[in-house]
Design a protein around this ligand. Sequence first.
Ligand code: OSB
Ligand code: MG
Length: 383
Amino acid sequence: MSRLQLDRLELRELNLPLKYPFETSFGRTTNRRVLIVQVIDNSGATGYGECVAMEGPFYSAETIDTAWIIIAKHIAPLLATQGIRADNVFQTLSAIRGNQMAKGAVEAAIWDLESKRLSLPLWKHLGGTRTEIACGVSIGIQSSTDELLEVIARELDSGYQRIKIKIKPGQDLKLVQVVRSRYKDIVLSVDANAAYSLDRDAALMKELDNYNLLMIEQPLAPGDLVDHAKLQRQLSTPLCLDESIASAADARHALELRACRIINIKLGRVGGFSQAREIQALALQHEIPVWCGGMLETGIGRAHNIAMSSLPGFTLPGDVSASQRYWSEDIIEPEVEVSSRGTIEVPTAPGFGFRVRNDRVEKLTVRSETVPVGSLTTSTSAV
Ligand code: OSB
Ligand code: MG
């Protein structure tokens, strides 16, 4: 691939109401503020990325507002160098610490652009090997156990291969007991979003160990690999890390410490596809399965997740579900659909593989900014 010469970035904030509020141990989301990044090269070709940073700094430190500033002020100038390749974007941005979701959104847009210029579906360009991906659902905290059971029944009916329920202190063991006694054989996991501590909750975790869970996702604080390793030694249920893995280095540390037996990879959390591929390769070396996490994405981020899920090593069902689970109308067409076997077929069109519904995007836009690549200077420029 010859190097791309970028001309500008178009940033847009969309405001989309979720079909149903989504509640986790860190908060409740009813409306998604979504940052869409469009990159345009000097031939006029474009690529799309979605920044998955949330409204508040509760899942991770980034928010949609910090990501906007980082992209406009600090990422765009670094993309002005003598042309760019998608697999080198993360390295090009290495002077910027952290801010993975901002980096990941821009990188994803450049991957989309590059695959379009090559007339290749993104998943193929990335080295994906799967033409159909396995899907699970993530079910937020509900207002009653009956409601949770109803939602689970509906999702199983739709064909989803794995049910994940959110837990938080006070709403954990009982939920698992009820769900497991109703459904003896389903593939079930829980996600705590870092709400527990080893000191306080080791006994509870050992109780959870009795319910044949596929995994316990991120029980402890993001930085706490050592306590995750201690906890993993006491459990037969695999721990899965989500928030803890923000880089390939984090993954290596977690694997060396045996802090988990499964890794959830989110494009935004790790800074894009190149880091995701590195983590996937490391995990494969350790014979640790990975799966694709979700961040309540619109169709654009969802499509990037589908592409990532086609990579080798993504052997467990991901949190990649149908557009209709979150949105009454998506911003892409066709919408992402899930078969009755709980699978999504990878698209065959070049790039991320779906059309953007520009009319709808326009209507949902609450702010936009055009950032010329290279014409801005940072107050502290890295050398
Ligand atoms: O921990 O996986 C998580 C949504 C927002 C923030 C964190 C998480 C989630 C989900 C939803 O679980 C996954 C999805 O998009 O379906
Ligand atoms: Mg999670």
